[in-house]
Design a protein around this ligand. Structure first.
Ligand code: HEM
Length: 544
């Protein structure tokens, strides 16, 4: 009977705590007395801990005791949320998550284990609670209605913004609203229309390069991820920044230092990761010196581009490709509501390069994998694409954007393989989401894969790759695809990315047959992107 004393005390303590004031993160005096009392009650059980199977082993007992006590420090409004029972003390779900086969697996597992709840509460480092958003209702509130009640957490800022720049990604509240308003026109449909010829030209170059790699052979195994990252870097540099950043045929200096910063070798990766929580950049070791010098060089290259463009804007020279390319646009707006100083523009450029090329490259790579697995879908797509590309009138923006089967295929790849698997947020104030009080400072995690596969939207077959599911979806179904998010902070480059991917797929599918993927794919984990571990190889067969 004694083993029930601690939980019972906990329950009583919890009720009294809830009655004693509104739920918040602070622990007041009465609460601490109750915590001490319960600890004492629980400690009374210790002599019985090894006496029978019923009471469990010492480690089990100590773990339960640890959790019984730490539950006290959980805001009361979060205590009753469903939570996994296999947390590791002080690390929570971190190990389970990092050893899973892909960065979304654990979140998907939890969302299936606890269906029909707005949030699942899990623990991470130092047992901090995180709320995983698991219903469409809660997602709508976090991303749309209460979007500005949340911000990017400090640990995330420390870990990522040192690489990706502050830019739009890490600006918050009014600063975000003002910058977003100014940058939005760069990504408007009229501007994107002007980019289609560039997307098509670069897609054709990618096709030519793949053809060159095949040489005299009719078919060959090619590694698609590196091909796609090179192609998307060329596109993003040229179209958004007016710069030559990459090349399809060889690794440029920019690519080399970019990889050093984003995917540092060996201990560098670990330092980048730990640096989010415990500052380690000051340590005088090689990994840090390499990182800092690569970052300086990267920024130097981008600064030179800004200065070059500044001189052009001063001479009223228009952007080469967009009527107003991103840098030119920002320079013209400097001095309006937002000061676009060199540092601010640099932040935006780092954002665009970081957010705009690996994401698109990963999605294209998973697309190549699905094509290789599904010859029937590939054949249907090829027929539709060739009809459009062969039309006598020439291919326009509207033509490519409205090939129905291609549209469904791209959406399905985006749904099943969201290239950014997890997006953390922190409540900037107390806020109520789907009836749950989320106290200021609480971390919230949005995992697009969870939201993209919700049974409330897709029924029971949401885990299957089936492009035809998009046929006949109405306008409200926008919420069915959360890969780019929705609302004020949704991806500003969404339409850019979709059009670029369609242009590349049109070219590649019409010229090559994708075949024989190498077994089941493996994923990088932990990783900020859902990308294949060690690349992804498929057979490309030249078509006549
Ligand atoms: C498949 C490709 C892409 C995916 C899946 C993707 C996904 C996302 C998501 C989910 C966000 C919201 C992040 C957050 O607030 O936590 C975001 C933001 C952003 N994305 Fe993308 N993105 C893609 C391509 C692009 C491209 C091509 C560009 C630029 C040309 C771009 C530029 C940005 C920027 C600047 C933001 C910050 C927007 C803001 O906070 O207002 N993205 N992206």
């Amino acid at each position: 009977m004694l083993r029930w004393v601690a939980p019972a005390s906990l329950a009583v303590a919890g009720i009294i705590h809830d009655l004693s004031g509104p739920p918040d993160q602070s622990s007041h005096f009465a609460y601490q007395i109750l915590a001490a009392y319960t600890l004492l009650m629980a400690a009374l059980q210790l002599p019985y801990a090894n006496s029978s199977k019923e009471t469990g082993s010492w480690p089990q007992y100590l773990t339960s005791l640890y959790y019984a006590v730490t539950e006290y420090f959980m805001p009361s409004s979060l205590r009753n949320l469903p939570a996994p029972d296999d947390d590791t003390p002080l690390l929570g779900q971190t190990i389970t998550q990092f050893t899973a086969d892909n960065p979304s697996t654990r979140y998907l597992f939890l969302s299936r284990k606890f269906p029909r709840t707005p949030f699942i509460r899990f623990r991470v480092f130092f047992d901090a609670p995180v709320l995983l958003v698991t219903s469409l209702g809660a997602a709508k509130e976090v991303l749309l209605k209460e979007c500005y009640a949340f911000k990017k957490p400090g640990w995330f800022f420390r870990g990522v913004a040192e690489i990706s720049g502050v830019g739009l990604l890490f600006s918050e509240f009014d600063a975000h609203k003002a910058q977003r308003k100014l940058l939005q026109p760069c990504f408007s449909p009229p501007n994107l229309k002007k980019l289609l010829p560039v997307f098509r030209e670069k897609a054709a170059e990618l096709g030519d390069y793949a053809d060159k790699l095949l040489g005299k052979d009719e078919k060959k195994v090619l590694e698609m991820y590196s091909l796609h990252t090179r192609a998307t870097l060329v596109v993003i540099g040229l179209t958004a920044l007016g710069m030559d950043l990459g090349s399809l045929e060889h690794e440029t200096r920019f690519q080399e230092i970019y990889d050093q910063v984003f995917s540092p070798p060996g201990i560098g990766q670990l330092i980048t990761f730990i640096n989010s929580w415990v500052p380690l950049r000051w340590m005088p070791i090689k990994a840090n010196r390499d990182f800092i010098s690569a970052m300086d060089e990267l920024k130097d290259m981008l600064r030179q581009a800004i200065r070059r463009r500044k001189a052009e804007v001063a001479n009223h020279k228009e952007g080469v490709l967009m009527t107003k390319d991103l840098i030119g646009y920002m320079l013209e707006q400097d001095g309006a509501d937002v000061a676009f100083t060199e540092d601010v523009i640099l932040g935006h450029m780092l954002n665009i390069v970081g957010a705009g090329h690996e994401t698109t490259a990963s999605t294209l790579t998973w697309g190549a994998y699905e094509l290789a697995c599904r010859p029937d879908i590939q054949g249907e797509l090829r027929r539709e694409i060739r009809m459009v590309l062969d039309s006598e009138t020439g291919t326009s923006y509207a033509d490519i954007d409205r090939i129905p089967k291609l549209d469904n295929f791209v959406k399905e790849v985006l749904r099943m393989y969201p290239s950014v698997p997890a997006h953390p947020r922190e409540a900037a104030r107390d806020v109520v989401i789907s009836g749950v009080v989320v106290p200021k400072g609480t971390n919230v995690m949005i995992c697009p894969a969870v939201l993209n596969q919700l049974p409330e939207v897709w029924g029971d077959d949401g885990r299957e790759f089936r492009p035809s599911r998009w046929e006949g979806m109405d306008a409200n179904s926008q919420l069915a695809l959360m890969t780019f998010f929705q609302g004020p902070r949704q991806c500003i480059g969404k339409n850019f990315a979709i059009l670029e991917m369609k242009a590349i797929l049109c070219e590649m599918i019409s010229r090559f047959q994708f075949e024989s993927p190498e077994g089941a794919p493996t994923y990088d984990n932990p990783s900020m992107f859902l990308r294949p571990r060690n690349g992804l190889r498929v057979v490309l067969r030249r078509l006549s």
